[in-house]
Design a protein around this ligand. Sequence first.
Ligand SMILES: [Zn+2]
Length: 230
Amino acid sequence: MKPDAADMQLTLPFTPTGHALRRTLEERLGRPVSLVLTDNSTTVLSCRTLDGILSVRLHRMFLSADHAVLDEIVTYLREKRGAMPHFRSFLRLNREDLKRKPAKKVNLRTRGRHHDLSELYEEINRTYFGSTVTAAITWGSRSPRSAVRKRTVGSYSERSNTIRINPVLDRKDVPACYVAFIVYHEMLHAAMGIAVRGKRRSVHPREFRRREKLFQEYGKAMAWESGKEH
Ligand SMILES: [Zn+2]
């Protein structure tokens, strides 16, 4: 979708911590690292080597981990083993926390005039994500400032773990399958994390595009999107 480049630009500069963590890992491991922060609370840490680059996927909760935990992560990435007692207790504590308050729940508006975001979200979460996505969702504001960004139909903020859907979509003539597709797209961002690799960002890597097409009404949503432009 065209609007995305803009929407990710809006949210990405505010996640410097991911960059800092990646740099720390590179320094300590002495090799290039690609870091993807995820919202996957089942597999919180995984890694593989791709083209000589250590590709790490880590749950974003570890952005707030202390040095003891970080040391264990570094050892694990280097040796692919380790007892990791600090890591485990950090995980235990934070996993409970994630369950209790998945995201900041302030000022969330999900019920629109024509489309109910939380209904769409719950169903998509069940169908495509095994109900593992914890991001909050809300209609965006209708302020004049945001009206300029009309083409940004949806966005995901990693920092607040919140999905915002542009209220221009809350209309009778916008089919539910299209709104659902936009919600699905932003949920994919939440589930897959955002790759941080040097200064270049891969907002929609190949794997993202592949999973995007798994949406059952993908064709229908795309047809509607291209049809409305003439
Ligand atoms: Zn996107």
